[in-house]
Ligand binder design. Structure first.
Ligand SMILES: [Zn+2]
Length: 247
């Protein structure tokens, strides 16, 4: 959820506090403003009424009358705000070609990339590198050539073909050594599910590495694949950076 959503949650929470504070100055002020059938455009209450409408929540007058309990109001507001921003995110995704491989669940929940990431700085760093690749913002030679119209799109390590994400993660012979262990782990997990062929299927293999959460793989195995793919992405990134620095 963006910062704007968190700010709105705090403001909506404050309104609940005002509604519960019987005969407080703030509540009396809110009652007076609500009774005026319309708020001055500069007032905080006018602003918060627009925010409430945005999240399909009851307006100030209804809340003052209802006086919801703290936990009840908090839970209702959290669900409404999360639902709004999840829908917004889904609509944004359809217009971003770079997010082609990102699977977003129908209901708001933490993405597997962060569920799989451990808490050590190294593991978080691996998840961040994987996130760059998953969101289509990792600077391969192909992306730089397309985006900035400069430089060669061919792989600077092997020179054999265009340096795409698929090339560095699954094809480039120069990076084969660092891909070995993580790919072997993924292959073993898939073998247990009799889905080994996915890793050799040109249609699915990149999706499998970048985000397998929408591929019908059982949850526990999907997290194990996510962890191995984070190791793969980070190993490829580190080796590639090292070799490019040396060249
Ligand atoms: Zn290459």
């Amino acid at each position: 959820m963006p910062i704007e959503g968190h700010q709105h949650l705090r403001q909506i929470g404050l309104l609940g506090q005002i509604a519960r504070g019987q005969n407080s100055k703030m509540q009396l002020l809110a009652l007076r403003q609500a009774a005026m059938k319309g708020f001055r455009s500069s007032s905080w209450f006018a602003f918060i009424n627009i925010t409430l409408a945005r999240y399909d929540l009851p307006d100030i007058a209804a809340i003052l009358q209802w006086q919801p309990g703290k936990e009840q109001w908090k839970s209702l507001a959290k669900k409404a705000v999360a639902k709004y921003w999840h829908s917004w995110l889904l609509s944004e995704l359809t217009s971003r070609v770079s997010l082609l491989h990102l699977c977003v669940p129908v209901q708001p929940k933490t993405h597997g990339i962060w569920v799989a990431a451990a808490h050590s700085p190294k593991a978080v760093r691996r998840a961040v590198i994987k996130g760059w690749m998953l969101c289509g913002i990792y600077s391969t030679a192909e992306r730089c050539a397309n985006l900035y119209k400069e430089g060669e799109a061919n792989c600077q390590l092997c020179g054999a073909e265009t340096e795409s994400l698929e090339h560095i993660l699954l094809v480039c012979p120069v990076l084969e050594e660092v891909r070995g262990n993580p790919l072997c782990q993924i292959r073993q997990i898939l073998a247990g599910l009799e889905l080994e062929s996915l890793l050799d299927d040109p249609t699915w293999r990149l999706q499998l590495i970048l985000d397998c959460s929408g591929m019908g793989i059982p949850a526990q195995e999907a997290i194990s694949i996510e962890q191995a793919s984070q190791l793969l992405c980070a190993a490829v990134h580190n080796r590639r950076e090292l070799m490019l620095d040396m060249s």
